[in-house]
Design a protein around this ligand. Structure first.
Ligand SMILES: [Mn+2]
Length: 203
């Protein structure tokens, strides 16, 4: 099997971000963004997904706010996984996982279908969770939407008993994200290297 690694460097008038991933890694990370909370969450994601992730925000317009930086990290990460997975030959394609923290539970369901779609459903209004250091549940939604569209993944996230504490909610989401994506990207030996779609391609 070819190495499932990719490097993406994206430069816009708003941000400059470089990311290198290894889908078949060991969970090693080197992450430096201006959003400390997101660094922590991405570290959890990579650790539990067994992905090696090197991510550096070289330039950011955080003098405005975190909006573009948060969105663009999602874009670059999605593009990196898409490139690393290439034709998606032999992968399981579907992945799902639950992760709890105290009484909050998130369920992350992903299909590497080629079709970008994202939805978060929660039993409490996500917007009721207070932002922390300028990061809000709406930023998380925006991040995952960018990721889903750039990877070409259908993602549904269900949060049960959403906490008032943003950190708790995000941990359950990012851990289940890592676990589900790890499952979806794993090689199924029964596919014998073929693309897991009745269409014969996933683009
Ligand atoms: Mn934590």
């Amino acid at each position: 099997m070819a190495d499932r690694k990719a490097t993406i460097e994206r430069k816009s008038k708003e941000t400059q971000i470089k990311v290198t991933i290894n889908v078949d890694g060991t969970g090693k990370t080197k992450i430096k963004t201006p959003i400390g909370l997101l660094d922590h969450m991405l570290e959890l994601f990579a650790f539990h997904g067994h992905f090696d992730l090197d991510l550096k925000v070289v330039k950011a317009d955080t003098n405005i706010d975190i909006h573009h930086t948060n969105e663009d990290i999602g874009i670059v990460l999605g593009k990196a996984f898409k490139k690393a997975l290439d034709e998606k030959a032999g992968i399981r394609r579907f992945g799902w996982a639950y992760a709890p923290m105290e009484s909050t539970v998130s369920r992350f369901v992903i299909d590497l279908s080629g079709r970008g779609y994202f939805r978060l459903m929660a039993d409490k209004k996500a917007s009721a969770t207070k932002p922390q250091d300028g990061y809000a549940m709406s930023d998380l939604e925006h991040f995952l939407e960018s990721f889903a569209h750039n990877l070409g993944a259908t993602i549904n996230v269900h949060c049960f008993n959403l906490s008032d504490d943003l950190h708790t909610n995000l941990e359950t989401i990012f851990k289940s994200f890592g676990l589900a994506l790890d499952q979806a990207t794993q090689i199924d030996p029964r596919r014998k290297g073929t693309v897991p779609s009745t269409k014969g391609i996933i683009d």
